[in-house]
Design a protein around this ligand. Structure first.
Ligand code: IMP
Length: 171
């Protein structure tokens, strides 16, 4: 399938560095857990935590929202839970791409119920939120490019996660 790079690796690296500084400046002091959403955010999370110059722990939440289709099913399944409690900790949830926001809304409710001291969201890519369905995003890397995108952790039918840049996948 033809691929067209829309965000090159160097642009991602620059933006990740900015995000790390922004996050460090805006998040309250105190214990911080960065929670990456698997699998799409694994590379972004790995880069982002190295750009946040403070003490933190890293955890992951395994989620399946699309199955192998490219259209949101609205069904979110937790395939792997956090390794440690987040009560009383500041939590930064790291997502790959926010489309309808259904996945994110579900995850925020789940995490909020566990009593974190604060809960913020950082998404690498965000599509414009449909009216009435907005989920507040605290930090966004880039507006999501048009079409279905893969690479830098994002998959199309489980492929292309290893591409270093963000690519549009043409059917
Ligand atoms: P939402 O629940 O509609 O916001 O969908 C979010 C999830 O769908 C993301 O975490 C991705 O796993 C997946 N997704 C949505 N759009 C894309 C895309 O363009 N490429 C790859 N995955 C996507």
């Amino acid at each position: 399938m033809p691929l067209h790079e829309v965000i090159p690796p160097a642009a991602i690296a620059r933006r990740v560095a900015e995000l790390g500084a922004e996050i460090d400046a805006r998040l309250p002091g105190g214990p911080l857990t960065v929670v990456g959403v698997l699998r799409g955010a694994f590379i972004f999370t790995a880069d982002l935590v190295r750009a946040i110059p403070r003490e933190l722990t890293v955890d992951f939440l395994g989620v399946r929202s699309y199955g192998d289709a490219t259209v949101s099913s609205g069904v979110v399944e937790i395939t792997s839970d956090l390794g440690a409690p987040i009560a009383g900790r500041h939590v930064l949830l790291v997502e790959d791409i926010v489309d309808t926001g259904l996945t994110l809304r579900y995850l925020l409710d789940l995490l909020r119920a566990r009593g974190p001291a604060s809960l913020h969201v950082c998404a690498l890519l965000a599509k414009p939120a449909p009216a009435g369905n907005a989920v507040a995003l605290d930090f966004v890397g880039f507006p999501a490019p048009d079409g279905f995108v893969v690479g830098y952790g994002l998959d199309g039918r489980q492929l292309y996660r290893n591409l270093p840049g963000i690519n549009r996948l043409a059917e």
